[in-house]
Design a protein around this ligand. Structure first.
Ligand code: FES
Length: 246
């Protein structure tokens, strides 16, 4: 699959500094010095308030966590109803447009059009006009407390090992191991209690390296990063950046 059909790689990186990106996708809390690690998750946890296009019924946007290799078309229905679709047209594979509602039309009575040969789909992905014959594929999702959790097959996100270490100068650090995904961006937050607040924190790429990294790019390999471990207990959240595609 081609990465990012609508943003070039350059634009995608530029998005880190401009409006293309929104920070979201939190892994569970990992505690240094013992205790269970969170399960590696196959769900993207999206804070809906981060996406103004989904603020009201009829809203629609594309999101990706991996440079566009996986694109989610998210449509908002009434209230807390969301539809998460694969925007690949079931006719010949073009990316369908965002869901659109015509003036004076009910928010849920609009349609998703395919720009290639005119197929049309309802807000929930049901085909309503050919030549496509099949519905758009749907991802299962749940919405609660302002967060939409989307099950994404193949996604593996979370900290798989957390090990207290010391740098050669004796500084207490923690080594964090996690699987990474191609074209994904990771950040780290720290708190001194499980209740937070979790604040962004720099990390190093080696046990003795400078704590000056703010973000790590995934390449499909297992990654190790090192953070300071101040105080008796330290809690960390790994973050995965989610990009709104244009
Ligand atoms: S690819 Fe969508 S209608 Fe043909």
């Amino acid at each position: 699959m081609e990465p990012c059909q609508t943003c070039s790689r350059r634009k995608f990186l530029g998005g880190l500094l401009t409006a293309c990106g929104a920070l979201s996708g939190l892994a569970g809390i990992a505690r240094a010095g013992g205790g269970p690690l969170p399960d590696l998750s196959q769900a993207l946890r999206l804070k809906i308030a981060d996406y103004p296009l989904l603020a009201a019924a009829g809203g629609s946007t594309y999101l990706s966590h991996d440079g566009g290799a996986t694109v989610l078309l998210i449509n908002r229905g009434q209230g807390s109803q969301f539809f998460v679709l694969d925007p690949t047209c079931t006719h010949l594979g073009c990316r369908v447009d965002l869901y659109e509602v015509a003036p004076r039309q009910e928010a849920t009575q609009g349609q998703i059009a395919c720009p290639c040969h005119g197929s049309a789909f309802a807000i929930d992905g049901r085909v309503v006009g050919g030549p496509a014959q099949a519905d758009l594929a749907r991802y299962s999702c749940r919405f609660a407390d302002g967060f939409l959790e989307v099950d994404v097959p193949g996604l593996v996100f979370g900290v798989s090992a957390l090990t207290p270490v010391r740098s050669s100068s004796g500084e207490a650090r923690v080594e964090m191991t996690f699987p990474s995904t191609n074209f994904s961006f990771y950040r780290l937050r720290h708190a001194s209690s499980a209740a937070g607040p979790f604040l962004p924190v720099n990390f190093a790429l080696t046990k003795d390296g400078a704590l000056n990294q703010t973000q790590l790019t995934g390449n499909g390999a297992v990654k190790r990063i090192y953070a300071a471990a101040p105080g008796a207990q330290s809690f960390y959240q790994l973050e995965l950046r989610i990009f709104e595609l244009t």
